[in-house]
Write a protein that binds this ligand. Structure first.
Ligand SMILES: *[C@@H]1O[C@H](CO)[C@@H](O)[C@H](O)[C@H]1NC(C)=O
Ligand SMILES: *[C@@H]1O[C@H](CO)[C@@H](O)[C@H](O)[C@H]1NC(C)=O
Length: 476
């Protein structure tokens, strides 16, 4: 677009906003996504002191999260019981749903209960940046007393059937106050349409279910019943597989769900902390009729990337033997230069992931070898791209895909030095065609159907068995 015309639009758009309000809201979400993108462009180009840093645009940013309470009394009660401790809430993940029609797009955030003090664990972000409990405050106002509500949500997933999948870990801090549960909401009506409480045999005392990815398998786009959800167990070092159609689930263990002690120290902007988290980042290859999908995953404390055919995970014989070795989980021989938290894959098979050091977002085309020479930079920024704990590819109403990233100064959270005088949390986004404009990530492959580097991986069945933890031997 001609800069001149765009700037004129910007000036008239910005003039509708009180400069004081603009300062507070920075990049508020406007009426619908087009207006939002134009507004954030305008803020970046024309508003002094608000230049976009990197290639992603800031949608929301906070020094401290603010919440909407149903009444002043509810807020008072929450404060008195320390269910709300200002400054304690740390967002981890995002979900974005672009609604059809005149309604606004919805941005979801998750705020896990690492401890008490978080009034809301799943919320939507208002135009004013204030977070409202989803589906309502009461469902979130649980704090371990109402296990039909939400206890602690780390990550969410939105599927092509307009369903929001919510993995509730059931823990406040290390206390398992409620059983874990997987929920699904219909995003058109906000109704709860599915609840699954996995059998206690599918998790252990240290389990923490944090990342769901959804595999809708029906060939007909309107067929939403044949659905599997794969969930990372970050500290029980396993994978939960939920077979939604049959309402059952099973556990899979394998050494690649574990962290590496040599990768357990994180350094972000000169501050270090230790975190021995296992499997956390997960992404599914696009659905192609008649073909298997790949699940890509990695432990937080690792620099390796693993891949497994989802048909291996869907084998229900794990119900009878959770310790059966899935055998065909493969690790790519080459490694990332640094640790990564979240990752996501687009409909062309391009993987997007954050790196800790330097704080940055990268892409890798899964048709190529997993190797540094095939990793290409999307954005790098020491200030705004620290610890990308939420990375999502979102479909917009024009059929384009967008990359959404939630970042935080997580090192400050871990070292107990977080303060509310500077920006700690950011949501950033950009359309993928813009981010990939000159990126080598979109070049290969030469043939026009998608092929995967992982297709070349031979399926091997080693002769040894594997067990994790002495108890699994002792039980026999
Ligand atoms: C499912 O797993 C069992 C036990 O490991 C194995 O014998 C069987 O061949 C697998 N089935 C398929 C379809 O891969
Ligand atoms: C991450 O990168 C930094 C700087 O290059 C390096 O010092 C550190 O060892 C890397 N961490 C890992 C786990 O590779």
């Amino acid at each position: 677009m001609e800069i001149y015309r765009q700037n004129r639009i910007c000036i008239s758009l910005l003039s509708q906003y009180d400069p004081h309000l603009l300062d507070i809201y920075k990049a508020e979400m406007g009426y619908g996504i087009e207006r939002f993108f134009l507004l954030s462009y305008c803020l970046a180009c024309c508003w002094p002191g608000f230049a976009a840093k990197g290639n992603l645009r800031i949608v929301n940013q906070w020094a401290e999260l603010k919440f909407e309470f149903p009444s002043p009394e509810a807020e008072q009660t929450a404060r008195a019981n320390e269910f709300y401790v200002p400054g304690a809430s740390v967002p981890i993940d995002i979900g974005v749903f672009h609604k059809k029609g005149p309604e606004k797009s919805v941005i979801f955030v998750t705020i896990p209960r690492f401890d008490t003090g978080r009034p809301v664990t799943l919320g939507t972000v208002g135009a004013d940046g204030i977070i409202r409990g989803y589906p309502d405050y009461e469902t979130n106002d649980n704090q371990g007393r109402n296990c039909d509500g939400l206890t602690s949500v780390f990550r969410v997933a939105i599927d092509r059937c307009d369903r929001l999948w919510v993995m509730d870990a059931g823990k406040i801090g290390d206390n398992a106050v409620c059983p874990p549960q997987l929920l699904a909401y219909n995003l058109k009506t906000n109704e709860l349409i599915y609840r699954h409480r996995p059998n206690p045999s599918t998790y252990i005392a240290t389990s923490l279910f944090i990342t769901p990815v959804v595999d809708v398998r029906g060939e007909d786009p309107n067929d939403c019943s044949d659905t599997f959800v794969y969930v990372a167990d970050v500290s029980g070092f396993g994978l939960l597989v939920v077979d939604v159609a049959n309402d059952r689930s099973w556990r899979i263990t394998e050494k690649r769900f574990y962290p590496f002690p040599s990768r357990g120290t994180f350094t972000i902007e000169g501050e270090s902390f230790d975190l021995m988290d296992g499997v956390l980042g997960m992404a599914l290859s696009p659905y192609l009729p008649g073909r298997d999908r790949f699940l890509y995953f990695h432990a937080l404390a690792s620099t390796t990337e693993n891949v497994v055919r989802t048909s291996v995970l869907r084998n229900d014989s794990f119900i009878h033997d959770p310790n059966a070795n899935p055998h065909s989980i493969h690790v790519f021989p080459e490694e990332r230069p640094n640790q990564s938290a979240a990752e996501a894959m687009d409909n062309k098979g391009i993987l997007y992931f954050g790196l800790m050091d330097p704080p940055s977002i990268w892409c890798w085309n899964s048709a190529t070898e997993y190797s540094r020479r095939n990793f290409h930079k999307i954005a790098i920024n020491r200030e705004t791209l620290q610890f990308a704990s939420g990375v999502k590819v979102v479909n917009n109403l024009k059929g384009e895909q967008e990359l959404w990233v939630l970042t935080s100064r997580f090192q400050k959270v871990m070292t107990g030095t977080i303060d509310s005088n500077s920006i700690n949390f950011r949501i950033q986004a950009e359309k993928l065609p813009i981010l990939l404009e000159n990126s080598p990530c979109k070049m290969p492959p030469k043939n026009n159907h998608i092929s995967y580097y992982a297709d070349n991986i031979p399926i091997k069945f080693p002769a040894y068995s594997s067990k994790y933890g002495a108890t699994s031997y002792l039980k026999r």
